[in-house]
Design a protein around this ligand. Structure first.
Ligand SMILES: CC(C)(COP(=O)(O)OP(=O)(O)OC[C@H]1O[C@@H](n2cnc3c(N)ncnc32)[C@H](O)[C@@H]1OP(=O)(O)O)[C@@H](O)C(=O)NCCC(=O)NCCS
Length: 166
């Protein structure tokens, strides 16, 4: 990680890591799908520990799940201090990519060979994550439409915000 990747606080900018995650997800997905892929969504972008200038960053990726045209790539990010060899797990992200055909439409991807129980666990976890995301999206969208600001002013008053309208 070179100095120009740093933010104003001297740590590596989150966007640099996101860019690396996206590129690695692309490489992993397109190799499995044997076609061009696009990023649809990213789950689990929590930066657990800062990455320092000079750290050696490694990203380990695997195809965890395939649907009909989508793939979920699990990516583990490790930052290593090269002077003392200490490694830190900075985050694990799950990137959903969609394979695209020559016609630019979603293309069917090959099935995934599960070589171990671990692979089976990752596949099942991805299915669960997908289902819970869908449930959350539905629940939030219906809740969002019901939020009435006037009726909920008391909740805002308890928060660290200042109400600036009459
Ligand atoms: C990806 C894209 C082609 C999907 O289009 P779509 O009309 O939703 O297509 P489909 O409904 O056929 O869905 C295709 C697959 O994407 C999945 N998908 C769609 N939206 C999704 C989302 N928000 N999260 C996770 N998966 C999603 C569907 O479940 C489906 O998977 P499956 O075939 O394995 O079941 C379209 O959303 C797109 O082009 N997005 C822009 C991508 C992009 O530009 N990325 C950034 C630059 S690479």
């Amino acid at each position: 990680m070179i100095p120009s990747y740093a933010n104003f606080g001297g740590k590596i900018h989150g966007g640099i890591l996101l860019s690396l995650i996206d590129k690695v997800a692309y490489a992993c997905a397109s190799r499995h799908a044997a076609t061009y892929c696009v990023t649809v969504s990213v789950d689990g972008v929590d930066f657990l520990k800062p990455v320092e200038v000079g750290d050696l960053v490694s990203l380990m990726a695997s195809v965890n799940y395939v649907g009909r045209t989508s793939l979920v790539i699990g990516i583990r990010v490790i930052a290593e201090n090269v002077r003392n060899g200490i490694q830190r797990h900075t985050n694990t992200s799950y990137v959903t990519m969609v394979a695209k055909g020559e016609d630019d439409l979603p293309a069917v991807v090959p099935p995934l060979l599960l070589e171990s129980e671990e692979d089976g666990r990752r596949f099942l976890e991805a299915m669960t994550r997908r289902q819970l995301r869908e449930e959350f999206r539905h629940a939030f969208n219906s809740e969002k439409g019901r939020i009435d600001v006037t009726e909920n002013l008391d909740k805002l008053v308890e928060q660290r915000c200042v109400i600036g309208w009459e």
